[in-house]
Design a protein around this ligand. Structure first.
Ligand SMILES: Nc1ncnc2c1ncn2[C@@H]1O[C@H](COP(=O)(O)OP(=O)(O)OP(=O)(O)O)[C@@H](O)[C@H]1O
Ligand SMILES: [Mg+2]
Length: 353
């Protein structure tokens, strides 16, 4: 008899433990769960559900508890059809959330319902960024392509017989072709993932030489604008980094410094090594970036006042590439700027000692 009771107690205990475990799980799941009784009153809701609808659990009709049109529709449909119902729900208060909600009859009964809520806000955001990226790519590729076709057609229609016009149009075609090529290369750079980059061969190079070589490419523009460029380096050993990641970072930052400065402005570049990090900085006394624009400057295709800078032919990908590559290499990018005063960008990359 005693043994039997003991066993019963044990069973009870075990069950209690499971319930506790279940309650723990219920509260700590990333998904929202709620249960409606046969009167369609809310009898259970975990904290995810409470937080999403910013309400404390309370036994009341689902209609007043959720106070949400789409939730009402989904639950009513599940109740009338007795089938599982699934749908997207968007809530705006207290914060925007995109949810995927499933409602179905609890298996053990035919009158109680369980609701499962997946918060898909982040997934939707990523999808949106990808969609915007694709539509921006299409738009940006169309502009130079249309121009190339247009000028080629004009040449074919007779302009080729006018040496002056044909010279001018061919120059435009060449320039737009270069722009198209640059754009495609930039897009390819951005699409490279961490895996792709680390699969590239490690390039052993002297960062000082990389900067010098990149600077060389802008020499014409530097002297045209009479810019004062100073380059200081306290690192003259070789470093290992995958592919041309460092070179791309240098190229894009130098290009911006040269592009967004006025005549006779200054550009200070320095390279140093500190506590296992390679530090590369480009400072300019150029046009600067307003606070509003600084917030968006690393977004793909974002450019400050597009119309004003259209003549520079950039596509707003340079800084995205710098950030993308720095992040993949485990580093960080910091930009500080004052409108009309200048801009400083500092990149820190972890390197082997
Ligand atoms: N050093 C800088 N000084 C002032 N403005 C800058 C500087 N660097 C970037 N910007 C601003 O940030 C915007 C985004 O720069 P980003 O390099 O990403 O693109 P872009 O230079 O317009 O085009 P791309 O680099 O793709 O040719 C630029 O359009 C410019 O307005
Ligand atoms: Mg740029």
């Amino acid at each position: 008899m005693y043994k039997l009771m003991d066993e019963a107690n044990l069973l009870y205990y075990k069950q209690l433990q499971n319930e506790e475990k279940l309650a723990f799980l219920f509260e700590n799941l990333d998904i929202g769960i709620f249960i409606l009784n046969e009167k369609l009153e809310l009898v259970l809701a975990n904290s995810v559900t409470e937080n999403l609808f910013s309400k404390k659990r309370n036994q009341e009709s689902f209609e007043t508890w959720f106070n949400h049109k789409k939730m009402y529709q989904l639950i009513t449909e599940a109740v009338t059809t007795k089938e599982q119902v699934q749908g997207d729900v968007r809530i705006r208060q207290p914060k925007n959330h995109d949810l995927n909600v499933i409602i179905r009859i609890l298996e053990s009964s035919t009158t109680e319902y369980v609701g499962i809520i997946y918060d898909v806000t982040e997934v939707k955001q990523i999808e949106k960024v990808h969609e915007d990226f694709i539509s921006n790519i299409s738009h940006e590729l169309k502009t130079p392509t249309t121009s190339i076709i247009g000028f080629a057609e004009t040449l074919l229609a007779g302009a080729k017989d006018d040496p002056e016009a044909s010279d001018e149009f061919l120059k435009i075609i060449e320039c737009e072709g270069q722009r198209l090529l640059g754009l495609i290369q930039n897009i390819m750079m951005l699409l490279k993932t961490e895996k792709d980059i680390y699969m590239l061969d490690t390039v052993v190079s002297n960062p000082e030489t990389v900067v010098e070589e990149e600077l060389e490419r802008y020499q014409y523009k530097i002297s045209q604008k009479a810019l004062n460029v100073t380059f200081d380096s306290t690192i003259s050993r070789e470093i290992n980094l995958p592919g041309n990641a460092f070179q791309l970072i240098v190229k894009n930052l130098l290009e911006n410094a040269v592009e967004y400065t006025k005549e006779a402005d200054d550009i200070f570049i320095y390279l140093k090594e500190s506590e296992g990090e390679l530090i590369f900085s480009v400072e300019d006394t150029g046009v600067g970036i307003s606070e509003k624009d600084r917030k968006r400057i690393f977004e793909r295709f974002y450019r400050v006042s597009q119309s004003r800078q259209r003549n520079t032919g950039g596509s707003g990908l340079g800084l995205s590439i710098v950030q993308h590559y720095a992040e993949i290499l485990g580093g960080v990018v910091k930009l500080s700027s004052d409108l009309g005063e200048g801009t400083t960008v500092i990149v820190r990359l972890p390197i082997e000692e």
